[in-house]
Every structure is written in C-alpha cells, then in structure tokens.
Design a binder for this molecule. Structure first.
Ligand code: ZN
Length: 400
C-alpha cells in the first residue's frame, strides 16, 4: 500500500487557502485539517502574519478561558485592477483581495481605435480610481476583451470585433505602468467566471454560460474552473453549424454557423429583410413587447437554432446550469424559453434530469467580478503564495 504523503507537507500557501475559504480559521482547526503538528502550524501562521496575508481577530475577554484566536485573510491588504472591455464601453474597477469593487467607473470607448488609444485610457482610469492608494498596493491586473485570447501569452487572436488588436500582447504594455502580474481572457470567459463565483459557487460548479449579443459565445466552468482548452479557444460555440439555417454565409467562411443565424446581428438582419425599420436591439424589444407576430417568429426561430447548439453542448458537458446572458437574452424572455424547450427535447435524459436553464442574474457587473477572481485565483493560489515574492505592503497592514 502506498504511503500517504506526510501531512507535514501542507505548505503556508495551503494554510492560507484554508483560512481564505473559511475551512479552518483557528490554529487548532488548521492542525486538525492538515495533520500538522502545533509547532508546524504556528510556523506557517507566523509566516503568513509576517507577510501581511493574514490578520488575527482579537475578540473575547483578555483574561480567563482564552477563546482561540481567529485568523482572517487580509482582503484589504492589497488591490487588483480590472477592466471588462466591450466594443463601445469598458467597465473598470479597483477591487480588494476578496474581489469586491472598492471604486468603479464606466468608460465610453471605441475599441476599434486600437490598443494604443484604449489601453492608456483604461490605465488613466485605474490611476484615478486608485486615488490616494499607493501603487505598491496593486498586486495584479485582469482584463476581459472581446476577442479570442491565447491565455498564457495574454495575446489577442482573431479579434471578433477589434481587428486592430489582433496579435497584440497586452500584459507587457500594462505591466510597464503597473508592475504586477497581468491576466487577460476573452469577455465571455470572464463573465462565466463572474456568474459562477457570485451566484453559483459551491452550488453548481459545472456551468455553461452563453452570451447572446451582437455575437454568440460561451464560457465553460467545469468542476469550478474555467475550461480554456489547449490554447484558450474553448467555448467558441458561435461557429457550430445548425441544421436548416437557410444557407447563410458566416463571416468565418462557413455556412449556417449559429452566430450567423441566431445572434442579435442576425435577428436585426432578418427583421430588416421583412421590412421592419429596426436599428438596434432596443427596437426589437419594443416590437416583442408590442406582440408583433413577425418579430416573435424571427426571435423564436433564433431560439430554436440556438437551442440546437446548446442541446449539443449539454450532451457533451452535462452542466448543472446553463446561464444565458448578453443583450439579447436579457431582453427576450421568448429566446430563453425557446432554448429551454429545444434542449429538453434534444438532450439526453440524464443530462437534463436536473438541468437548470436560467437568465443571467449578474448583469453588467459580471465582467468585473470575473476579472477580479481570474487574477485572485492566480496570485493567491498555494503555488503562488509558496513561491517567494508575495508580501502585502507594510504600509497598509494596519487596515486589516
Ligand atoms: Zn462561422
């Protein structure tokens, strides 16, 4: 029988994880959970206290039977800078180490103006939001962009909207001004992370997020972690073809991709072809609310085709919940209802037995939350904590 690794191997980083998650918040509990001896627990806790990662909550009477001192992760010991970029708007925030926004702003941008214009605007906004906080507080930076991202390199590939960004490695540009680890992912992945952490963590750790806006994309959370694939292109469901799409040429060169027949762009195009003067998705919403029969037909048709692709995805991934978000889903209840109907008809019985299909509950804040957690997952992971470097700035420890 293989010997279990000695319990003494639990590192300071793992002890921090127990404290952060609330699994063990006293020295005695840490000893019980890890099997570490009392001196070994003490050594690791002292190290975390010295590094400013943990603070002690002194509570209870100072004499008599002393209650065990509770340890708390020092979420106010640093900040992360985050930005969720869309085509025309950026959600920008400074968050604490628990992912809570301390200050936020919405910036009107034209992403097509390219990284030379947009990135300085975003960085200036971070500076403003930081206010009096010293730059040494910044422990990480996270950004979501409307493009496929080669995650490890932080490089944008085949930009969906922003052609001028293709092939640009963003982290070095940001790290030049904010010297901290920079993480970049596509906009849909960061929203999926945000939805999972803020709404479903611990309850539904297998989640498929579908964004239906101008474009269709998805983000996959498997076992609580975002699934990126080999290079970062996982979840690109927009270019899965549907049956009976009518032979629409997609901008990727194939025919009847779900993006080309069921996205917000496709819905607008189909309505215009039927003689409706619709300019934006808001116009479509008005028509749906007015009960316009032809509009309902177009939306239902889109829902059916989207449902086909979602049903296939559900068979492949067996998520506990499918969350549908983006401009289109937020405004068209008929779309979500249509998807639900097709998925329950077309997916396997086991994969739909307890499946929930829901509209996004987070709204525009999901990108900010997701970006923050993307960064925190890395900089506070046991591996990162156990490698030298992460010390919270002394100047702020008293705020803990
Ligand atoms: Zn396509």
């Amino acid at each position: 029988m293989p010997r279990r690794p000695a319990a003494a191997l639990a590192t300071s980083g793992e002890v921090l994880r127990l404290i952060r998650t609330g699994e063990a918040v006293t020295r005695a509990d840490i000893g019980r959970v890890t099997g570490l001896s009392r001196p070994a627990v003490s050594l690791r806790v002292t190290e975390l206290l010295d590094r400013g990662l943990v603070v002690e909550d002194s509570e209870g009477p100072s004499t008599g039977g002393r209650p065990p001192t509770r340890l708390r992760f020092n979420a106010s010991g640093g900040v992360v800078l985050v930005a969720a970029l869309g085509a025309s708007r950026a959600q920008i925030a400074v968050c604490d180490l628990a992912g809570e926004p301390l200050a936020r702003a919405v910036l009107d941008i034209d992403v097509e103006e390219g990284p030379d214009v947009v990135l300085p605007l975003v960085m200036d906004t971070w500076d403003e939001l930081l206010g009096d906080r010293p730059a040494s507080l910044v422990l990480g930076v996270g950004m979501g962009v409307p493009a496929t991202v080669e995650f490890a390199a932080g490089r944008t590939e085949s930009a969906r909207i922003m052609a001028s960004w293709t092939g640009v490695a963003i982290p070095p540009i940001i790290a030049d001004r904010f010297p901290a680890p920079v993480f970049l992912d596509n906009d849909v992945n960061v929203i999926a992370i945000g939805e999972h952490r803020a709404v479903y963590a611990g309850e539904a750790d297998d989640l498929l997020f579908i964004k239906v806006s101008t474009r269709i994309g998805s983000g996959v959370i498997a076992g609580g972690e975002i699934l990126r694939g080999a290079l970062g292109a996982a979840g690109e469901i927009g270019h899965i073809p549907v049956r009976d799409g009518g032979g629409v040429l997609c901008r990727c060169g194939n025919v009847d991709c779900v993006d080309s027949v069921a996205s917000g762009t496709a819905i607008l195009r189909d309505l215009r072809a039927r003689g409706h003067e619709v300019k934006t998705l808001a116009d479509v919403v008005s028509l749906v609310r007015a009960g316009d029969a032809e509009t309902m037909t177009v939306v239902r048709n889109a829902a059916r085709m989207l449902g086909e692709v979602v049903a296939t995805s559900v068979n492949l991934l067996n998520p506990a919940v499918v969350v549908i978000g983006g401009d289109v889903a937020e405004t068209f209840q008929p779309l979500v209802a249509g998807v639900r109907e097709v998925v329950h008809r077309r997916s396997t019985a086991l994969s739909t037995r307890n499946l929930r299909i829901e509209r996004s509950r987070l709204g525009p804040g999901a990108g900010i939350t997701g970006c923050a957690h993307m960064v925190l997952d890395h900089i506070l992971s046991p591996e990162a904590v156990d490698s030298p470097g992460l010390h919270l700035p002394r100047s702020v420890r008293s705020h803990g």
